[in-house]
Design a protein around this ligand. Structure first.
Ligand code: SF4
Length: 258
């Protein structure tokens, strides 16, 4: 798929995320919902509280993105047959969506790496895209995504390392919740899987910073430069705070609330 298809298109989906996924009562969701049960706010595949999700206690829904898995499952795999009219399709459709979402997220990372990785890595990245696409076409057969991800992970890591350099700072997995990170150079830093919840990143240059899996909820990105970050996703961006001065990569959208 093209990168433009790696973004949610809810109009062409049957609200699969609002049914297939579970959530727990927390700061992001107002109540518990088990997997494969429609959310009680869902009517005719539309969210009845869409206009005031954060005020209603569903901030988690505003930051979610299926990376285009929803419309692909709804329109390509199940060719427009929805789970209400075809209850027998519910279980396989929701399972397919869960697998497709993981594959599309991987495709996002691979396509992102193709934007900034040196040319000599492109053949391996393209091979990985091709293999991931192959698995996506078999998503309804529930292929082993974990195994595939294990194979692709070293390639994504190698791409990041070659761009950032061998001596780049490593803060992968660091617990930096609430930390004030201003006043230090962070370009080229590895923040993979770091906890940056509510961290203060105001005005910081995040060029070539690896953010794969970093938790950016409520991170303060006002005035920060994220144009050349590595592996940044829309859900990460949407979960953070920013303003008109925050500079974002060309392949992502500025969150409406910024
Ligand atoms: S609150 Fe709305 S967007 Fe969130 S799961 Fe329920 S129906 Fe979907």
């Amino acid at each position: 798929v093209a990168t433009t298809e790696l973004r949610a298109d809810c109009a062409n989906c049957f609200a699969l995320c609002c049914v297939a996924l579970p959530f727990e009562r927390s700061a992001d969701f107002a109540f518990d919902k088990p997997a494969n049960i429609p959310c009680r706010h869902l009517r005719d595949f539309r969210c009845t509280i869409h206009d005031h999700l954060p005020d209603a206690g569903f901030r988690g829904c505003t930051t979610y993105d299926c990376f285009g898995a929803g419309q692909r499952v709804a329109q390509q795999v199940y060719v427009g047959r929805d789970w209400r009219a075809h209850p027998d399709l519910r279980t396989p459709m929701f399972a397919t969506f869960t697998v497709m979402r993981q594959l599309h997220e991987l495709l996002w990372y691979l396509h992102d790496a193709l934007r900034w990785a040196p040319d000599d890595l492109h053949p391996r990245l393209r091979d990985a895209v091709e293999r991931t696409e192959e698995l996506a076409t078999q998503a309804d057969r529930l292929p082993d995504v974990a195994d595939h991800r294990t194979r692709v992970a070293p390639l994504l890591r190698a791409a990041s390392r070659v761009v950032r350099g061998d001596d780049a700072p490593d803060r992968s997995g660091a617990d930096l919740a609430g930390a004030d990170l201003r006043g230090t150079q962070h370009a080229d830093t590895d923040f993979r899987n770091a906890c940056l919840i509510a961290a203060d990143l105001r005005g910081i240059d995040l060029t070539r910073v690896d953010l794969l899996g970093a938790d950016l909820r409520d991170a303060d990105l006002r005035g920060a430069d994220l144009r050349e970050t590595l592996f940044l996703t829309q859900p990460q961006l949407s979960s953070a705070r920013g303003d008109a001065a925050t500079r974002i990569p060309a392949n992502l959208d500025r969150p409406a609330v910024w």
